[in-house]
Write a protein that binds this ligand. Structure first.
Ligand code: ADP
Ligand code: MG
Length: 697
């Protein structure tokens, strides 16, 4: 239950005076529908209106507030597109006010000749004449007070002017009550941070641009609050999953030994180390909650398989969940190949399996005849009943929500919590991993299987496309298979598709029917068919939107062409490049760029040329672009923070983690005065997931 003290924060914006249905509607999407959302809508800049020089002293463009006497009006001739000009002066020099698209007699009424007015806005010098177009404020001298000395600038929102936004947010700030301090006193004193309310007010009423910088004490204080809420919630989830009994899966090792005998390679020491951690988790009587983090091609599949074998050896079942149909089928195929000599039944189940075939699979599953089931969301539908599911492996973890993870976990035995091994190929830096997966233990595959040849990466301007196409013709003659990735245009799948279709047509004119096309809008079956033709060598070129981004494995593919590479995130480029260099042939990756991307875009492509180390790429991407943009937060699986910046405030994350752990050690149910304040913090940052695991009180 949300504490009463927070009720005002969760009231709807429409309850503010001056906010009606129309404004509330305009606010809803970009900002939110509650007062709380307005509080987190922080200014990005501040306009200082305190300068009030004599007009004769002004030498350069600046923001000023001056009192003047209004002189002559010079309306434009009828039908002319010239502006309306009004002369004014302060006794030392003249200033020309300029207005475009003036309607009716508005200016005659606002600025009558001979009246005195206080004018505030940006003054410019044009041919020696001071000019100001569309002043921000034009008031009679007795209303001068209404002009703010320092005016926050809020991020723009369609249909709401800066002034209106400021007014609405001020109204919201009126509702703010101070909250009990949840921070550790010693930490707060050491850092020199203000209290919560003071910090919030400081950001909305900045006393200078410095107050708004990420390193300002107010900003850091609120960022820390947000990280603390995040870490505390994750720690609560973690504690909960450790509390419930899990199944101890010791495994006899028979299947694993058989697998090792048939495996055409030796595991890397990194794979061995991760497996050791996983085995220890599985053998313990508590549930495993582990994240296996490894770059594309680092060999996660075999680690997942051996973990699942351990469950099967213990007489239980295991399931492998993949985010897409293609991936599920591919996992199924590669696992089948690995286990062919083993006495083990493996099946696949996706949304495409229907009718009799599906019923047969479900019956075998319920009877315990299937040991390992691979599939998509279909794995945790209601009527899918497992005989004894004890381990769930989730590939590309970030593509699934918590609810989906829970639904699958619920398929286990009554009263037992599920062993979960989540896998991700997103190489996010370690500190950031804490914010997304703080409830899990992390194993990292830091080393790639031996024998991989580096991919020869080149950056080529788009206007040399013709040469690229010619070089592809040569490559095809010598047997190469080619991915051609089309750019992400805006965020629209429709335009992406148009671009990919056009490229496909053009390439087909040159290379005939050995060019295929896959995109996100295609039906699963059709997609698989095209992929299969490419995999079997029926197609030389596969044109694709980013649907092939994850997972697919065609070792014979040796050329990756990425059009408009500057539009992709670095991590995404890295994933795409990981599709080649998987076989014995020498591979190339051609990054075609347009120069419109600017210096940052070029710097990013340079990094792609320099390294194939996913973690280094992720760090650089973060440095160059900021966390919000790395892959797009959603794709990276990182939570969206409202005040905290993952790049500017990184140093606070481990502090918050330790703080959260210590808090729960000392006050496990958050019952002390600080504990109660922390409950408020959790609700304030809407970490309801964590609150669920606290006894009320
Ligand atoms: P990931 O899922 O992490 O991207 P995969 O599991 O698909 O990577 O492995 C990539 C490729 O490396 C596969 O072809 C796999 O057979 C191979 N591989 C995995 N482990 C090893 C190893 N220890 N030695 C050699 N090759 C390996
Ligand atoms: Mg994989």
């Amino acid at each position: 239950m949300r504490p009463e003290i927070l009720y005002p924060f969760f009231a709807e914006t429409i309850s503010l005076s001056g906010v009606g249905g129309r404004l509330a509607g305009l606010l809803e999407k970009p900002v939110g529908r509650r007062i709380l959302d307005l509080l987190w809508h922080l200014p990005t800049d501040v306009i200082d209106r305190r300068l009030s020089p004599k007009l004769s002293e002004i030498r350069h463009e600046q923001i000023i507030t001056v009192e003047v006497e209004i002189g002559n009006h010079e309306p434009p001739p009828a039908k002319s597109r010239r502006p309306y000009r009004i002369w004014c002066h302060d006794g030392t020099a003249s200033l020309q006010l300029i207005f475009f698209h003036v309607k009716g007699d508005y200016l005659v009424r606002q600025l009558p000749v001979g009246s005195r007015r206080v004018i505030s806005g940006r003054v410019e010098i044009f041919n020696g004449q001071l000019q100001m177009s569309h002043p921000d404020y034009m008031l009679s001298p007795e209303r001068r007070e209404e002009i703010p000395a320092l005016e926050p600038v809020y991020p723009l929102t369609a249909g709401i002017s800066g002034k209106v936004m400021t007014r609405i947010i001020r109204a919201a700030l009126e509702r703010v009550v101070d909250l009990p301090e949840w921070q550790d006193d010693a930490l707060r004193r050491r850092q020199g941070w203000p209290g919560w309310k003071a910090a919030l007010l400081n950001l909305h009423y900045p006393e200078g641009a410095g107050d708004l910088l990420p390193e300002s004490p107010a900003r850091r204080r609120l960022a820390y609050d947000e990280f603390l809420a995040n870490q505390l919630a994750l720690a609560l989830v973690r504690r909960q999953s450790r509390r419930k009994k899990g199944r101890a899966l010791r495994g006899g090792g028979k299947l694993t030994r058989q697998l090792y005998q048939n495996l055409p390679y030796e595991l890397t020491s990194s794979q061995k180390a991760c497996l050791e951690e996983i085995r220890a988790d599985l053998a313990a009587p508590t549930a495993m909650m582990r994240l296996l983090q490894g770059d594309v091609g680092s060999g996660k599949t075999v680690v997942a398989l051996i973990s699942m074998l351990c469950a099967v050896e213990s007489g239980a079942q295991a399931a492998l969940l993949a985010p897409t149909e293609i991936l599920a089928r591919q996992h199924y195929e590669s696992l089948k190949e690995l286990i062919q000599e083993l006495d083990l039944r493996l099946e696949v189940l996706t949304g495409r399996d229907k009718g009799k075939a599906r019923e047969k699979t479900l019956a075998a599953l319920a009877a315990g005849e299937i040991d390992i089931l691979v599939g998509t969301h279909a794995l945790f539908q209601k009527d899918v009943i497992y005989h004894d599911l004890a381990l769930v492996v989730i590939d590309e973890q970030h593509r699934f929500g918590v609810e989906q993870r829970m639904a699958l976990a619920a398929k286990g035995k009554e009263g037992e919590s599920m062993n979960v091994l989540a896998m991700t190929a997103t190489p996010i830096p370690r500190t950031l991993t804490l914010t997304a997966y703080g409830d899990m233990d992390v194993s990292r595959l830091t080393e790639k299987p031996p024998g991989r040849k580096p991919v020869d990466t080149r950056t080529i301007p788009l206007d040399r496309l013709d040469e690229v196409v010619q070089s592809l013709a040569r490559a095809i003659r010598s047997g190469a298979r080619i991915y051609w990735i089309c750019p992400l245009v805006e965020d629209s799948e429709v335009t992406d598709l148009a671009a990919a279709e056009a490229r496909h047509r053009e390439l087909a004119q040159i290379f005939g029917d050995r060019v295929g096309l896959v995109h996100g809008k295609m039906k699963g079956r059709d997609k698989d068919q095209v992929m299969a033709r490419f995999a079997s060598g029926d197609l030389d070129i596969l044109v694709a939107t980013t649907v092939i981004e994850v997972g697919v494995n065609v070792p014979e593919a040796t050329v990756m062409v990425i059009e408009h590479a500057e539009r992709f995130g670095l991590a995404q480029l890295h994933q795409l490049r990981g599709r080649v260099g998987r076989g014995t042939g020498k591979s190339v990756c051609l990054l075609l760029y347009s120069n419109s991307g600017g210096e940052t875009a070029r710097a990013r492509l340079r990094i792609m040329r320099e390294t194939e180390d996913g973690f280094r790429i992720a760090e650089e991407d973060l440095r160059l672009r900021g966390a919000g943009e790395v892959l797009g937060t959603r794709q990276s699986g990182l939570p969206d923070f409202r005040v905290a910046s993952l790049e500017a405030h990184q140093d606070l994350i481990p502090i918050a983690r330790d703080d959260a752990r210590l808090i729960l050690e000392k006050d496990p149910e958050l019952k002390s005065p600080r504990g109660r304040a922390l409950r408020i913090l959790l609700y304030l940052f809407e970490q309801d997931e964590g609150i669920k695991y606290l006894r009320s009180g």
